[in-house]
Structures are given as structure tokens and as C-alpha cells.
Ligand binder design. Structure first.
Ligand code: HEC
Length: 251
């Protein structure tokens, strides 16, 4: 076999590669040589990295005392009847129907200048949008109602759900009872803190969902015929003292 010059050079190069890689002996457990390291390490501190700039030595600091997370407004109420009424006066349904636009429109309609006409168009669009959002809220509330309230209050809100039919103290009808007169905020208080034999629903439905439920209850009340043929709701005192009054019925 005849060795050409090129073969000799290639064998020499191979020998150099093998010997130099044996001499360097790269440790694969260690990071390799880094080119442009600032691409790899950002100047921002990692959330859980130690940090010499804070007295407690941490990067991630706890929120300042009294911080309120977005959408998590605290409620300053007690589970009492007085506070339920106060909630009715103070709380505003964020998903409620907007009626102020109508008022502005009626005053604007007397003026037919270009500016007034464009304002009127804008208000009309706003009202359509808010009524769309209100309908969406009622739909969401309906789904939640079927999951969380049907069993006691019944599909139409009369208070004839399956649970009272099996002996639980029946809730008053939401179509004729006090809840028709109650303001949205008071209903919100009832859902948040409970009332009488109804337990609080705050652990099951978020604040937003509670307002959706209230809008749905309002839609049930609006659909109900003006004179309902349901029996009068039993007085509260009677409900509390004799919780199993219907338990023994056989019919
Ligand atoms: C375990 C059965 C039960 C469930 C579930 C339940 N409720 Fe009630 N609810 C009651 C009872 C009983 C009362 C009457 C409480 C009282 O005043 O003694 C009541 C009262 C109410 C009232 C006040 C009515 C009035 O005239 O005072 C409203 C409003 C109401 N519930 C809404 C709801 C909504 C909305 C849901 C679903 C998120 C719900 N409830 C889930 C049993 C229930």
C-alpha cells in the first residue's frame, strides 16, 4: 500500500486532535466556555435568588401591609341583618344594568347640533354594549344558579327545590318574598355571609359570580307573573325553632 503525502498529513492531524483532546480532558459536569454571557444571564434578579440589597436578603418581597390585589376588594361587613341592609345601601352591582345613559340621552335629544347628535350616537352604542354585557352576565348567572341554588330555591326561584321537598326548611320565594324589594348589595351580603338557615356561598362562588347570580335572580323576578299563587313564606322565627317541621310528612 502506497502512502500518499495527503494521507500522511491527515494521520498527523488526527494524532494531534486525539492527543490534544486527551490533554484538555473537558469536564462535562462543568459549564462550557461562554461566548456573549450577557445573553444567558439577565441583569434582573431571579425571584428566589439571594439579594444583598434588602435587609432580609431576599429578592421576592412580601406585599406592603394593606395591599389589595386587583379585583379582590375587601368587604367590611359582619354577618348581621344591620350590615346586610348597609351593604344594600353601599354596594354597587358592577355588572348591573346602566340607566344613566338614558337620562343623558333624553336631555341631549332636545339639542340637534352636530355635537349633540354624535354624542347621542355614542351613547346609543354604549347602551347596546352594556346591555349585551348585562345579558352575558345573566346567562353566566343562570348556569351558576342551576349548579348552586336550584337544589333549594327551585328552577324558577319559588323555593320548591329538591332539598326542601325532603325536609330542609323551605326558603321564601324569591319571586314574591322580601328579596324583590332588597337592593342588589343586600342580596350580595346574603350570598357572601348567608342568612338564617342558608349558609354562606362565598367559598363556592367568587364575588363576580355572585353579581352574575343576582342579575339572574332579577331576571327570574322580572319573568314572574305579578300575582304569584305561591304560599306565603313562613315567618323566620318559626323556621329557626322548628327546622324539621316538614320532615314527617308522608304525602
Ligand atoms: C341549602 C339550601 C340553599 C341553597 C343551596 C341556597 N339557598 Fe338561598 N336560602 C335558603 C334558605 C333556607 C333561605 C331562607 C333563610 C332565612 O332567612 O332563614 C334562603 C334565602 C335566600 C335569599 C333571601 C330571600 C329572602 O326573601 O329573605 C336569597 C336572595 C337567596 N337565598 C339566594 C340564593 C342563591 C342565589 C343561591 C345560590 C347561589 C342560594 N340562595 C342557595 C336555602 C338555600
Amino acid at each position: 500500500m502506497k502512502l500518499s503525502l495527503i494521507n500522511i498529513i491527515l494521520s498527523g492531524l488526527l494524532a494531534i486532535v486525539v492527543i490534544s483532546s486527551w490533554m484538555l480532558r473537558v469536564d462535562y459536569t462543568q459549564p462550557n466556555f461562554e461566548i456573549l454571557p450577557d445573553m444567558k444571564y439577565s441583569t434582573a434578579w431571579n425571584a428566589y435568588a439571594p439579594n444583598p440589597h434588602f435587609p432580609n436578603g431576599r429578592t421576592l418581597q412580601s406585599p406592603v401591609f394593606g395591599t389589595i390585589a386587583r379585583g379582590e376588594l375587601p368587604l367590611h361587613y359582619e354577618a348581621t341583618k344591620e350590615d346586610a341592609i348597609r351593604a344594600g345601601e353601599e354596594l354597587i352591582n358592577p355588572h348591573g344594568q346602566i340607566t344613566t345613559a338614558e337620562k343623558i340621552e333624553s336631555t341631549a335629544s332636545e339639542d340637534d347640533s352636530e355635537q349633540a347628535v354624535s354624542l347621542q350616537e355614542k351613547l346609543k352604542a354604549d347602551r347596546e354594549e352594556s346591555s349585551k354585557q348585562y345579558q352575558a352576565s345573566v346567562t353566566r348567572g343562570g348556569e351558576l344558579y342551576r349548579v348552586f341554588c336550584n337544589c333549594c330555591h327551585g328552577a324558577t326561584g319559588k323555593g320548591d327545590g329538591m332539598v326542601p321537598q325532603r325536609g330542609f326548611p323551605p326558603p321564601p320565594s324569591m319571586l314574591t318574598g322580601k328579596s324583590v324589594q332588597m337592593k342588589d348589595g343586600q342580596l350580595f351580603h346574603i350570598l357572601t355571609y348567608g342568612q338564617g338557615s342558608m349558609s354562606e356561598m362565598a367559598t363556592q362562588v367568587s364575588p363576580d359570580e355572585r353579581w352574575d347570580l343576582i342579575n339572574y335572580v332579577r331576571s327570574l323576578q322580572a319573568k314572574a307573573p305579578p300575582i304569584e299563587n305561591t304560599p306565603d313564606p313562613k315567618p323566620e322565627a318559626e323556621l329557626e325553632s322548628k327546622p324539621e317541621q316538614d320532615g314527617g310528612k308522608t304525602e
